[in-house]
Design a protein around this ligand. Sequence first.
Ligand SMILES: C[S@@+](CC[C@H](N)C(=O)[O-])C[C@H]1O[C@@H](n2cnc3c(N)ncnc32)[C@H](O)[C@@H]1O
Length: 253
Amino acid sequence: MTQFTEVHAAIRQRYGAIAEQRSSCCGPTDCCGETSGATSLYNTTLLEELPADVTDLSLGCGDPVTIAGLSAGERVLDLGSGGGIDCFLAARQVGPTGHVIGVDMTPAMLSKANANKARLGVENVEFREGQIEALPVEDESVDVVMSNCVINLAPDKLAVFREAFRVLRPGGRIAISDIVTEGEFSDELRADLSRWAECVTGAIDVNTYVALMRQAGFTEITVTDKRSAEEIVPIQPGMPRVYSARITAVKSK
Ligand SMILES: C[S@@+](CC[C@H](N)C(=O)[O-])C[C@H]1O[C@@H](n2cnc3c(N)ncnc32)[C@H](O)[C@@H]1O
């Protein structure tokens, strides 16, 4: 059982406030609330027919749904589902015989996601409250785990990967968009919880990230298409290089 730390509290405060503000106003943003919107992350044809209430609350740093290569009938879990954009895109691709679960720890985000679900009238999506370090999901019950700009926020990333591995069926896969670094942040920078909650100082070196995935049991790990995060998050002198990466792996049979 994971603990609710002061990092979790800072994250929940930030994303709770974003969810509440977006219900009344604000233009498009992405990647943890800072830049230019879902259209910069997804192929625009994917976004057709999604209302602005969904696309304006896109806070990711990539498109894990496309990375996942979903098929009809698959069961999908989204770690840190936010306003639900990736769950709704996945729901279309897995169709009525498939099922999508989004897990998030921020009540205001879950309210937004459920309001969006009702508005869209989708039945193959559900949102569950919980921490991604202790998933409210059965063992070996999903085909695909995906996540968009969330694992960098978790203080215990090994716990997240172990939980993702636990809930995947043997032969299942994980598709991640996330912020990683080359080199590590100093302890001083890590102590800045507001920058951590902005998806900056919680990010870890990509080699460490891959090693933690391997330690959790994942194989065939790939890291591709790194995009400089300077266009996503403001970078300061003294920081390591920060990237948005596409990461995939499997739970072998
Ligand atoms: C940067 S937003 C990304 C939201 C969504 N994936 C997207 O692309 O729009 C991060 C989300 O992850 C959730 N989150 C962060 N850490 C979490 C944790 N440890 N457990 C559960 N949810 C978490 C936050 O509440 C927030 O909704």
